[in-house]
Write a protein that binds this ligand. Sequence first.
Ligand code: MEV
Length: 461
Amino acid sequence: NKNSPSLFESKVMKEKAHTISGFSKLSKNEKIEWLVESYFEDSNEAKKEFQAHWHPDESQQKILDGFSENTISNFPLPFGVAPNFLINNKTYCLPMVIEESSVVAAASSAAKYWYSRGGFKAEIISTKKLGHVHFCWNGDANKWLQLKDKLEKTLRSHSSDITANMEKRGGGIEDIELLDKTDLMDAYYQIKVSFETCDSMGANFINSVLERFASCLKEFVAEEPSFTNQEKEVEIIMSILSNYTPECIVRVSVECAIEDLKLNNEEDARALANKFYKAVQIAKIDPYRATTHNKGIFNGIDAIALATGNDFRSIEACGHTYACRDGQYRSLSDCKIEDGIFSFWMEIPLAVGTVGGLTKVHPIAKRSLELLGNPSSNELMMIIAAGGLAQNFAALRSLVTTGIQKGHMKMHLSNILNQLQASDKEIKEAIFYFKDKVVSHSAVREYLDLFRSKTQGKPAF
Ligand code: MEV
């Protein structure tokens, strides 16, 4: 039929039904209304579900809404704690926000294990943050050699209003370098700046300084008498902090005599140490294994970063770049067995803050920091690193002994049982039954059906 829309036209019409202009200006209820009508078959149910996750206290919800745009609801994740972390002889209970089962259990188990073996030792190696003004400039590069000091002075004096507060707290701009990158890209230069940002992660501070530097550079170049007319122009490409902070490093380690690795049997302890060592070596030489190995480390790191209101994406991005700093992606942790001592450690860049950002605004992030004794950012770096190493230790110990499915399946089983609304008695019986069996959704359902048919008429609680 000539008048009926073509397949393409009807596809476009369908897609159009899903587009909207001025969405951000709608109220939250109007946003939900549009969303559920456009995308959900059970629109009333969907609406109720989104609304059910609003915070009961309106002022708290307002805080959450303020973090992002177009918020219509909240997305709950479990907030767990891993107690018994002995770090530099101080005991901590670590807050962890993570959706993956077994992570908090593994961290807790590793914490308890190392508690009786001296705990975690951690130290801050460096705390430098970095940022760059990336720009293009055509001219005689040698002229900059004479101008470096003058430029640095100008940049510092023109940004003193932004840096004054940070300087009062003991931080501010450290080094300013002008880098000629023309061998990599035509006319490409950088102003590379290093910062000390004290207890803040410093992203806003760094970016504000860099943007000021960029406008200052423009003026500097335009006014520099030694430059030709062509040299008096600069094209600012961008000014932005780098999430790669290879000079913001924390070291964390655990160690004990090999025979103490297992308290019951020296033979087992030696076997565990050797296998563990080999597992780490594999992660150092094979990028496929290294990726999973490091993912395990970030299970711990991200969970604490998230719980304390820190930016886990920047932490991860940085960690992965650091993991391939010699050209190949490798394990972030390392292990050695020497003179009868088993040592396991990692040095990792962690740019975190305990002031600014979400840290003191998010109600639970604030509680997390309180739980940790309101640490400085350096202390938090050490705590997070310990959480990462603990996670890595627990994963490797399982992998080289029982395999990880044993622990995972326990949680998996309990999740399935909860989904199937098993009673306490059914849960207890099921855990016993599945001790030596493979857990799957269908197997658990079958088991429960059978159990229920047998106990029919008798209360199963
Ligand atoms: C799972 O989230 C993390 C592990 O795969 C890490 C590892 O293999 O080392 C268990």
